[in-house]
Design a protein around this ligand. Structure first.
Ligand code: DX5
Ligand code: ZN
Length: 220
């Protein structure tokens, strides 16, 4: 099993002080920056694009940036995020015409590639592409907003995804996104996740470090 990664979602950061707040959450122990990209088309909300990611790099953020694309179309924005300094780029298979091609494109651009599964999206999208995937992201809320409640069916889906990853023998990360808090992260880890996105739980806390420490203790 890979070392646990906590990826604070800066969707819940203070956008007026995004650089400072991102730095603060990393200094508090966050491992990656989870960067939610919403386009008011694939999902009903609008957030940030490659220019904002680039600004974070220019500001001095060197941690891995985990880009979660909730956009349609996907392909034409991938090179822009790669050039801006993305580390990983994940997308929803329903948002593209050719899943295999888009995974290949992300790697050709020098990034790691992830596939994201909405609560009702079957894991069968993984069937023929395990060799092209670096990360599997299970959504435990419907994408579009922070601060939603964890959908319990995601735990069983995590177990199934864990089985697939283990059977592949590949170093693929298994990430969970949505409603993750210190009081459910233990069960989520037990179900097989090794990479944990948390937005409102961390940024809503008065002490980021205390919250991240509590999460790490609960992961075990
Ligand atoms: C939702 C986003 C999440 C969001 C999670 O569409 O993909 O990354 O920031 O927020 P919380 O942790 O508050 O559920
Ligand atoms: Zn996300």
């Amino acid at each position: 099993r890979q070392t646990p990664v906590i990826a604070p979602s800066i969707l819940s950061a203070d956008f007026a002080r995004l650089g400072e707040d991102t730095r603060a959450v990393l200094e508090a122990g966050g491992d990656w920056v989870h960067f939610d990209v919403m386009d008011n088309h694939y999902v009903p909300n609008l957030t940030m694009g490659p220019m904002v990611l680039k600004a974070l790099r220019t500001y001095g953020i060197t941690a891995p940036i985990d880009v979660h694309l909730m956009v349609k179309p996907v392909d034409r924005i991938v090179p822009d995020f790669a050039e801006a300094g993305a580390t990983l780029i994940s997308f929803h298979p329903e948002a593209v015409e050719h899943v295999d091609r888009t995974l290949g494109l992300i790697r050709e651009c020098g990034c790691q590639a992830g596939l994201v599964f909405n609560p009702a999206t079957p894991l069968s999208y993984l069937d023929y592409v395990m060799d092209k995937v670096d990360l599997v992201l299970i959504m435990s809320v419907n994408p579009g907003f922070g601060g939603q409640k964890f959908i319990p069916a995601a735990l069983d889906k995590l177990r199934q995804a864990r089985e697939r990853i283990d059977a592949s023998g590949r170093a693929i990360r298994l990430e969970i996104d949505g409603g993750v808090k210190a009081d459910n992260i233990g069960d989520i880890a037990a179900a097989g996740a090794d990479t944990f996105v948390a937005g409102s739980a961390i940024f809503g806390a008065t002490d980021y470090k205390a919250e991240i420490d509590a999460m790490r203790r609960a992961i075990g």
